[in-house]
Write a protein that binds this ligand. Structure first.
Ligand code: HEC
Length: 168
């Protein structure tokens, strides 16, 4: 009985200490690089979540040249290039202040399936800088064209991207 009372008291003290730590402003919300096991765990949780939520096959052909080019234009104008860069285009300097740093989309082209890419672009990733473009007004159709473009990134030349995204 005494042991139980002690455990209860410790739990209450722990809860009060946690409340003071978080609501008292001691927890730092600064962007810092998370290394080691915490960084690994967070990245693994994000990838597992995306993988479980992503579903459904692409409703359009992702190999269609016009679709890929429309995706390149959307990618260039909707804001992605600021954080992720593009073929022959550097990301904006502020991206270096994001933690985690924006993913290399050339790697993501093979590391993620098309439905996973679609889900991420539509819904964003919480506690990272990756916004939800669905919430920002992009249509599913537009997001699928961007997925088609990302899937082609490993084989795209800088010149293709420049030509496709040049002002008409
Ligand atoms: C404000 C900066 C920002 C913008 C704008 C942005 N992203 Fe991201 N994006 C990020 C960050 C940060 C991550 C890294 C998240 C992580 O490591 O899990 C990310 C991750 C991703 C990923 C990888 C997700 C995964 O499964 O690991 C993809 C794909 C992606 N972004 C595509 C896009 C596309 C396409 C656009 C434009 C429609 C875009 N992003 C716009 C910051 C941004």
């Amino acid at each position: 009985m005494r042991i139980l009372a002690l455990i209860g008291a410790l739990a209450v003290i722990g809860a009060i200490a946690a409340a003071i730590f978080f609501f008292g402003g001691f927890f730092s919300v600064a962007e810092v690089e998370e290394k080691g096991v915490v960084g690994w765990a967070k990245a693994t949780v994000r990838a597992a979540s995306v993988s479980r939520h992503a579903q459904g096959a692409p409703p359009i052909s992702l190999d269609d040249a016009a679709t890929v080019q429309a995706g390149a234009r959307a990618f260039a104008t909707i804001g992605c290039v600021n954080c992720h860069g593009g073929p022959g285009v550097n990301w904006a300097k502020f991206s270096e202040g994001l933690q985690p740093v924006p993913a290399d989309l050339k790697e993501m082209a093979t590391a993620r399936s098309a439905p996973e890419l679609f889900w991420v672009i539509k819904n964003g990733i919480t506690m990272t800088g990756m916004p939800s473009f669905g919430a920002a007004g992009a249509t599913d159709q537009q997001i699928w064209t961007i997925v088609a473009f990302i899937k082609k990134l490993p084989t795209l030349s800088d010149a293709d991207y420049k030509a496709w995204t040049a002002a008409p």
